[in-house]
Design a protein around this ligand. Structure first.
Ligand code: HEC
Length: 158
């Protein structure tokens, strides 16, 4: 069993050494005039659902828990947050023109109805992010309203 002890020691050393390699866990600055709340019409109730279930990955206001500091968990989480922000970022809603905003709204409703979002792996440690049927309905009612508002705006501009 001597080899087992050696392998275990080697793994512990590797784990400790890997702690030095830390990806940056950023929260880029938020320009409040560019957020979803500033640019779209969203009720505090609906925004609260997004904040509870989505914003750790889809905003610049991520709460990084203690275990996010531990390699290799940090690599996994940073990748999700970076990808999530790239797909959808409520802290920089102004970057979407009406056409793209409409697509994003469409996808938000679709993703929650298909139970694709929030990510399953996230729900394990954040059970409060689970969406009830009422939450999903509130989200889709809102995305439909907001899409209609954007469409009306487009027609007025023509
Ligand atoms: C743990 C991080 C995490 C959470 C929490 C999360 N997402 Fe995502 N989301 C991602 C990642 C990563 C992607 C990109 C990869 C993918 O599509 O799986 C993504 C993609 C998306 C997309 C784009 C999908 C597409 O196919 O274009 C939408 C829309 C979305 N998420 C909405 C939401 C909504 C709404 C919530 C909350 C109800 C939410 N997400 C919660 C990480 C997350």
């Amino acid at each position: 069993m001597k080899w087992l002890k050696r392998v275990s020691i080697a793994l512990v050393i590797l784990f400790l050494a890997a702690q030095v390699i830390r990806p940056s866990m950023t929260n880029p600055p938020v320009d409040e005039s560019r957020t979803l709340q500033a640019k779209a019409q969203v009720s505090p109730e609906v925004y609260a659902i997004l904040e509870r279930s989505c914003n750790d990955c889809h905003s610049n206001k991520t709460t990084w828990p203690w275990y996010s500091q531990v390699t290799p968990i940090s690599w996994y989480l940073v990748r999700h947050v970076n990808q999530g922000r790239r797909e959808l970022n409520v802290s920089d809603w102004a970057k979407y023109d009406a056409r793209r905003a409409t697509r994003k709204l469409d996808e938000i409703c679709e993703q929650v109805n298909r139970d694709e979002m929030p990510l399953k792996s996230y729900l394990v440690l954040h059970p409060s992010a689970n969406l009830s049927d009422a939450d999903k309905k509130a989200i889709c009612d809102w995305t439909n309203q907001e899409r209609a508002r954007l469409a009306a705006q487009q027609t007025n501009n023509q």
